[in-house]
Design a protein around this ligand. Structure first.
Ligand code: NAP
Length: 330
């Protein structure tokens, strides 16, 4: 463990990305405040957080909900950095799109206001998503997108990308509004834009992105349309990139974080060669899979800043499979 690095807040500590980030921050020597959704009966399983190395001295859990933006104030107070990772992830669309979008935006603005009021927060790292760059207007479609691209919300609605519409739209609006708010109020905020995050996890639930990435291993054909040309990044690389962007003095604006892009055909070949124990669909059987072919994404800006990815596809899938086995998902 490294020397004391100060106190930071991570929103949504029960989540896939946030829990791994907390583990990394504790290892890097940070004191961590994290938020979980209100749990007055203390029934929530959080031992995967409280049992992390260093957690008993350096991790404090607060209760906060994006529906009540002011509820994050206590967790942010006294912190020098905030990693705003929490977001409503409702791919079953149990709630109306407008509700999800409003909650994500209002909650985020509440968090940013709390950062300003704290007078201690020197930088915010907001976790966006490739949804905010992938879906350019039809006439601007290219093979690879970078941080200069913004998804077009009307276009996103028109292509009806599985059940992800409300999530993708909320991520696009929120990143834009967060950057505008920061600019207007002189708040140092950078956004990180990860692609599909694949690899190990410590949270008890099966992370949706790991689930999607393993569709061919699990034989879930209805998901194959999401894998036509998928960009991916390892869990630990995403956590390391969050910390890098928090610590890198010159960080500014948006940063795509994605290490690999692979077509569905190449994924079929890769998985069948590596894991002969699973009935991976053949390239031939994938010919009729339909879906939106997402463009590749460029992490050049992050790499040019000095960040290095540590993991490849082998580690992403080996470690995801291992965690799925340990948790009974495979
Ligand atoms: N996984 C990916 O491939 C991927 C890719 C790009 C970007 N991202 C971004 O990474 C971040 C984390 O995603 P994830 O994959 O870790 O998802 P996740 O595991 O579903 O985590 C989402 C977190 O947000 C919390 N949350 C949801 N609604 C909330 C509310 N109303 N108030 C407070 N907290 C709330 C959840 O709490 P509960 O545990 O109580 O539900 C959970 O802790 C998100 O911002 C996402 O957009 C993820």
């Amino acid at each position: 463990m490294e020397a004391d690095k100060g106190k930071v807040c991570v929103t949504g500590g029960t989540g896939f990305v946030a829990s791994w980030l907390i583990m990394r921050l504790l290892r890097h020597g940070y004191f961590v405040h994290t938020t979980i959704r209100p749990d007055p009966e203390h029934e929530r399983e959080v031992s995967f957080l409280t049992s992390l190395p260093g957690a008993s001295e350096k991790l404090q859990i607060f209760q906060a909900d994006l529906r009540f933006p002011e509820s994050f104030e206590a967790a942010i107070k006294g912190c020098t950095g905030v990693f705003h990772v929490a977001t409503p992830v409702d791919f079953e669309n149990k709630e109306p799109q407008e509700v999800i979008i409003k909650r994500t935006i209002d909650g985020t603005l509440g968090i940013l206001k709390a950062c300003l009021n704290s007078k201690t927060v020197r930088r915010v790292v907001y976790t966006s998503s490739v949804s905010a760059v992938w879906f350019s207007e039809k006439d601007k479609i290219v093979d690879t997108v970078d941080e200069s691209f913004w998804s077009d919300v009307d276009y996103m609605k028109s292509i009806n990308y599985f059940t992800f519409g409300p999530y993708m739209i909320s991520k696009t609006f929120t990143e834009k509004i967060a950057l505008e708010f920061a600019e207007e109020h002189g708040l140092d905020l950078v956004t990180i834009i990860p692609s599909l995050i694949v690899g190990p996890f410590i949270c008890p639930k099966f992370p949706s992105s790991v689930h999607i990435s393993m569709a061919m291993i699990l034989g879930e054909r209805q998901q194959y349309g999401l894998l036509l040309n998928v960009s991916m990044v390892h869990t630990d690389d995403v956590a390391r990139a969050h910390i890098f962007l928090y610590e890198y003095p010159e960080a500014k604006g948006r940063y795509i974080c994605s290490s690999h892009t692979i077509t569905i055909e190449d994924m079929s070949k890769f998985l069948s060669a590596k894991y002969p124990e699973f009935p991976i669909p053949t390239v031939e059987s994938l010919k009729d899979i339909e879906g939106y072919k997402t463009p590749g994404v460029s992490s050049k800006k992050l790499l040019d800043s000095g960040f290095e990815f540590k993991y490849g596809l082998d580690e992403m899938f080996d470690e995801a499979i291992q965690c799925c086995k340990e948790n009974g998902y495979l």
